[in-house]
Design a protein around this ligand. Structure first.
Ligand SMILES: [Zn+2]
Length: 422
């Protein structure tokens, strides 16, 4: 039994090997039996075979729940009836150690894949969950009302609800592979991760025998329109968007950027692409991959500081100063680093995206360089861009983002101006 929270007890350091009992991980092995389970338990120190713990950033809330006495340290998840609603994989990509380095391909099926280890007392938790949902968006209802989408009773109801399969994915990093993606040495990656998190995970520098890290960051959510198995079939038309979180626009409708219009436009394209021909669709499959990388992974505080800097600068908020103001505050224009993004596409078995709903060259390059073919690139219709977001839009187009239209020149950038603060 663990002691009561707050009771004096010795601190269990993870920085040195905790005895025997840890199962090996052979990253990229073709079967779960050969690969071995990811064990990030905080209960049995000797069983741990990774650095960090489960649930990404929410591990800190779990610690709070234990500290507050609300959660027993030795609580073990009862996984009865939690198995995925849709079978995803296994695909050949799962057995390629370089193709997937930032998630555990077996993370959704640990209860069956590692049943004997769980029965033997190992605390093995899923890092992926797959379920079903109805998503109801005002923009989709409007598309139905205006006749752009036609309910088919299966993928899209009369009321405008889209039926989806959705999957939540927590990050699981294989450090040698992550280092190679970023072109640095594993030793440098470990050292910088250790230092820049304030020394949060000493094993990064003391346990070179542990190659897997569960980082305290946000994960990804997938929304699949149509049959998830069709994603792996290059003969079935796939409409896809990889979207990075923007809470202000995605959820609250803030009009300074194009994030929600892009997202809802992509959802409309996904629905239409997946619907049967009888409803005006193309009988394909759709995918939105949503990454928790708020404000280009700079975070919302930085993002709001940049908004003020943009709108208060001499001459007002103009497109020619858009990236400069971000760099002044954050030191860089962007920290999303799309290098790890395609992993989830490989987890789904994707080999070809017929219609990529994105104007980002960074996303396009990351996807195609990872070995996935991209057919058509679908741009956002101009009428969906809010007036105040023209600054961002013009700056991105001038910076080389994909556009089928005219790329704005220096004069055009100076003239594209956003609203003031008042
Ligand atoms: Zn945004």
């Amino acid at each position: 039994m663990p002691p009561e929270p707050g009771a004096p007890r010795h601190i269990r350091l993870t920085s040195h090997a905790g005895g025997t009992g840890a199962l090996p991980i052979r990253w990229g092995a073709a079967t779960p039996a050969e690969r071995g389970p990811v064990v990030g338990t905080t209960m049995q120190r000797g069983h741990r075979n990774v650095i960090g713990t489960h649930s990404g950033s929410y591990s800190v809330y779990r610690a709070l729940a234990v500290a507050a006495g609300a959660l027993a340290r030795d609580h073990r998840a009862d996984l009865t009836n939690t198995s995925p609603t849709d079978e995803i994989g296994p695909y050949p990509q799962w057995g390629d150690p370089e193709r997937i380095v930032s998630l555990d391909p077996w993370g959704a099926t640990v209860a069956s894949a590692f049943a004997s280890e769980i029965a033997a007392g190992y605390d093995i938790r899923p890092t992926i969950a797959v379920t079903k949902a109805h998503v109801i968006l005002p923009e989709v209802i409007e598309a139905v009302q205006k006749g752009r989408l036609k309910p088919d009773g299966q993928l899209l109801t009369e009321g405008g609800a889209a039926l989806v399969t959705k999957a939540a994915i927590e990050p699981v990093w294989w450090l040698p592979g992550v280092a190679r993606r970023f072109g640095c040495s594993e030793a440098d990656l470990r050292r910088v991760l250790f230092e820049e998190t304030g020394g949060m995970y000493p094993e990064l520098v003391t346990r070179s025998d542990l190659g897997v890290f569960l980082p305290p960051i946000g994960g990804q959510t997938l929304y699949i329109f149509g049959d998830a198995r069709d994603l792996a079939d290059p003969a079935v038309e796939l409409t896809a968007r990889v979207h990075d979180e923007c809470n202000g626009s995605d959820v609250f409708g803030s009009d300074i950027c194009t994030c929600r219009p892009y997202l809802t436009h992509a959802i409309e394209e996904c629905i239409r692409g997946a619907q049967p021909a009888s409803a005006g669709g193309r009988g394909g499959v759709g995918l939105i991959s949503y990454s928790r990388k708020e404000g280009r992974a700079l975070g919302e505080v930085t993002k709001f500081l940049v908004y003020n800097a943009r709108k208060r600068q001499v001459g007002g908020d103009t497109a020619d100063q858009y990236f400069a103001r971000t760099e002044c505050v954050a030191g860089v224009q962007d920290m999303r680093f799309q290098e790890l993004m395609p992993d989830v596409l490989h987890w789904l078995g994707i080999r070809r995206i017929h219609r990529l709903v994105s104007m980002s060259n960074m996303k396009y390059d990351a996807i195609t360089q990872s070995g996935i073919e991209v057919g058509e690139r679908v741009n956002i219709p101009p009428e969906l861009i809010p007036a105040d977001a023209q600054v961002e839009m013009m700056a991105k187009m001038a910076a080389g983002y994909f556009t089928p239209g005219v790329v704005p020149d220096e004069q055009g950038l100076k003239q594209t101006r956003g609203r003031g603060l008042e």
